[in-house]
Design a protein around this ligand. Structure first.
Ligand SMILES: *Cc1c(COP(=O)(O)O)cnc(C)c1O
Length: 386
């Protein structure tokens, strides 16, 4: 974080603010692929928009500042960001991932990077001591999410960063669910932070994008090289949309979380609900660790209904809450991880890590809380088998 500003102000004024040339308070959308050079070998600092674009650069400076890192990189999706980070590794290297990471992260490792002989192993990262023995000499990184998708499992980020440092490998955190407003992994010692900025950072379900932040010059150089070489960059207009979204991240998240805490308490006390997964509930797995490393429990909740409730009926009965993939937008969404976000994970693996067919995941939006609870109440009622 900038040493001059609190995060609420850095969200609005961080990175590159406005436009010096005209005084515009917003960074303009530099919708250009190339830049005229003054003469041979005399450019303006900008040559070609895959390599660099001023609107994208403003976004990259902003996310670096918000995550307390040295350099930021913007990509055309969260998966493009993850792919760029995984491109740091070479044949023979192995990556440890936590047991419920985003389905697409598992898929790209399993189906793409495996072909290049970069392997992975799935481990329970909630027990850092037990993890240490799994770090064989071929392991070059640990990639975690906390809270992880979709069971909101909390991992001690500082403990993972310490182990990685001790073993001389990289620690990587996908911070999509928390954002720098709630949790800043680099301040906890992590090497690389990844975002699907499609989610809370964009915040309005209108842009697909990804971000990476690092806190080390050599890593920054290598990622800049990968970004320019493989080319999965974010366009100027989408960069502008993200800068615009990030300005309201603080106020949005305050409301998201306020609503989520109330929905979690409501579900917790409901007779139809078997399990609630929300790191803001005092009896949740990892509650104390989450409290130590994040501002609060965030706004994602997963839950299971008892067997005598039909979840297909539950999803079709929802009115206000939309059945959709994704999360982090102002509107509340419900999803069925087993058939949607985590369908690319084999059935047996899903059972092993607790992604049951009855699991429902909610991304709590910023609507009126009474309307949200009323919608859940009637949908649970409709789903009861009599
Ligand atoms: C959505 C998501 C991704 C993938 O991002 P895209 O922008 O959809 O490519 C990665 N990690 C997490 C935690 C996500 O929720």
């Amino acid at each position: 974080m900038s040493k001059y500003k609190k995060i609420e102000s850095a969200l609005i004024h961080g990175g590159i603010y406005g436009d010096k040339q005209t005084g515009a308070v917003n960074v303009p959308i530099y919708q250009t692929s190339t830049y005229e050079q003054r003469g041979l070998g005399e450019n303006t600092g900008w040559e070609y928009s895959r390599t660099g674009n001023p609107t994208r650069a403003a976004l990259e400076a902003l996310i670096a500042e918000l995550e307390s890192g040295k350099a930021g990189f913007a990509f055309g999706s969260g998966m493009a960001a993850i792919t760029a980070v995984l491109s740091l590794f070479k044949a023979g290297d192995k990556i440890i991932i936590s047991s419920n990471v985003y389905g697409g992260t598992f898929r790209v490792l399993d189906k793409i990077f495996n072909n290049f002989n970069i392997s992975y192993s799935i481990e329970d990262t909630t027990n850092p001591e037990a993890l240490e023995s799994k770090i064989t000499s071929d392991v070059k990184a640990i990639l975690i999410e906390s809270p992880a998708n979709p069971l909101l499992t909390v991992t001690d980020i500082a403990a993972i960063a310490d182990i990685a440092k001790k073993k001389g490998i990289l620690s990587i955190v996908d911070n999509t669910f928390m954002t720098p407003y709630l949790q800043r992994p680099i301040e906890l010692g992590v090497d690389i932070v990844i975002h699907s900025a499609t989610k809370y950072l964009g915040g309005h379900s209108d842009v697909v994008s990804g971000l990476v932040v690092v806190n080390d010059d050599e890593l920054a150089d290598r990622l800049a090289f990968i970004q320019n070489s493989t080319g999965g960059v974010l366009g100027p207009f989408d960069s502008f949309l993200l800068i615009r979204g990030i300005k309201t991240l603080g106020v949005r998240l305050d409301r998201h979380v306020e609503n989520a805490e109330k929905v979690a308490a409501y579900l917790k006390n409901h007779k139809a609900v078997k399990n609630v997964y929300y790191p803001g509930l005092p009896d949740a797995q990892g509650y104390e660790i989450n409290k130590k490393q994040a501002k609060n429990g965030g706004a994602m909740i997963s839950f299971e209904l008892y067997e005598n409730y039909d979840i297909a009926k539950f999803f079709s009965a929802l009115n206000l809450i939309a059945l959709a993939e994704s999360l982090g937008g102002v509107e509340s969404l419900a999803c069925h991880p087993a058939s949607m976000t985590h369908a690319s994970i084999p059935y047996e693996v899903r059972q092993k890590v607790g992604i049951t067919d009855g699991l429902i995941r909610l991304s709590i939006g910023i609507e009126n809380i009474d309307d949200l609870i009323e919608d859940l109440e009637q949908a649970i009622g409709e789903s009861e088998e009599r």
